[in-house]
Write a new protein. Structure first.
Length: 353
């Protein structure tokens, strides 16, 4: 199972290539700006951080309103490892503060697995190339990684990180000379091959937007395209009082679009027969069986169906994507797998002494 061939075959079968994880994103650390920190409101801050964490982990903007989520939100303090205020700076000048809350990863993951809460793994989250323009009083500004360093008022990246959405921005302004953003956000046809080639940034989707400040109102036009096919997936045109509110609403829609197929797949069940050779005694058998049952919610049920000599056989009923199940099985200690027969719903391995 650890062979390159097997991993390639799995990707082909699933037709869902795993996204590259965003290296700087820790799913269990929530960092959010605070206008004016009030120590007496700490419980409120921590509850909101837990609410944000649950939305990020599940990939559903509405999950924090569920009964399953509310009990974690109400007991948020007991899941916190540490928290601190950190300064937000631009060129050495403090422009604000954020509250950074680090949650207990191991305890929360154990609790989520025990209650079968659907976790959206980071490696299944697609990367989005975000390309946009801001216009104010006739002055057009292209939004790049470089320009956002000085435009806190336009910096939507903290919200993207809060949702756990990997995003890529153009590094510099020269990138914008290749196309007309407004035209692209409004056209119904897809992106042509030449443009797709120019947009290659190891991303899966591109979000194109144009924001105009007209008096006290912001006009917001945007479109989301697949970088694999060039076809438009979502499009919108709204007005509002705040640029950040408009783009954050759009990013929330992207979260729902990206995570829905994974969350829906968790509702489907599959069956895999697992055979492990060289299991010498009952204690080893018990350890393997207990380890398998801890892989909830991916593994729904484990049945020991045969013990013959030094080999055992299990039937595993699993939720969702097969590749996700294999990722878990790879973590079984001292079990080496091979790919023989896995196309027929079978997987064989050997316990190493």
């Amino acid at each position: 199972m650890r062979s390159l061939l097997l991993r390639v075959l799995i990707s082909v079968i699933m037709c869902l290539p795993a996204a590259q994880a965003q290296e700087t994103l820790d799913l269990f650390v929530i960092e959010k700006p605070v206008e004016s920190y009030d120590a007496s409101q700490l419980s409120t801050y921590l509850a909101q951080s837990m609410s944000d964490l649950l939305v990020r982990m599940v990939g559903d903007i509405r999950f924090s309103e569920t009964q399953e989520a509310k009990k974690y939100i109400q007991t948020a303090r007991q899941w916190v490892q540490r928290f601190q205020l950190v300064n937000r700076e631009i060129d050495g000048v403090i422009v604000g503060q954020s509250l950074r809350v680090e949650f207990d990863r191991d305890r929360l993951m154990a609790a989520f697995q025990e209650e079968s809460l659907p976790i959206w793994p980071l490696n299944y989250r697609p990367n989005t190339l975000v390309v946009g323009q801001w216009e104010q009083r006739g002055l057009l500004e292209n939004i790049s990684q470089q320009s956002l360093a000085y435009r806190v008022d336009l910096d939507y990246r903290p919200y993207g990180r809060l949702l756990g959405l990997p995003m890529t921005l153009p590094a510099d302004l020269g990138f914008f000379e290749q196309f007309d953003i407004v035209q692209l956000t409004q056209q119904e046809r897809g992106l042509d091959e030449a443009l797709l080639s120019a947009l290659t940034h190891q991303a899966h989707y591109v979000l194109l937007y144009k924001a105009d400040l007209i008096g006290e109102v912001v006009s917001w036009t945007w479109g989301l395209y697949s970088l694999e096919t060039g076809q438009p997936l979502l499009r919108g045109q709204e007005v509002g009082e705040s640029f950040l509110e408009l783009i954050e609403s759009t990013l929330s829609r992207l979260l729902d679009l990206y995570s829905t197929p994974y969350r829906q797949a968790l509702g489907s069940l599959g069956l895999l027969e697992v055979e492990i050779q060289n299991v010498g005694d009952y204690e080893v058998l018990k350890q393997i069986e207990e380890a398998l049952t801890r892989f909830r919610p991916t593994i729904n049920e484990v049945r020991l169906t045969e013990v013959e000599g030094r080999h055992v056989r299990f039937e595993i009923i699993y939720n969702g994507q097969f590749s996700n199940l294999l990722d878990h099985l790879e973590r079984l200690e001292r079990v080496e797998w091979n790919d023989q027969g896995f196309f027929q719903g079978q997987l064989k391995g050997r316990y190493t002494q």
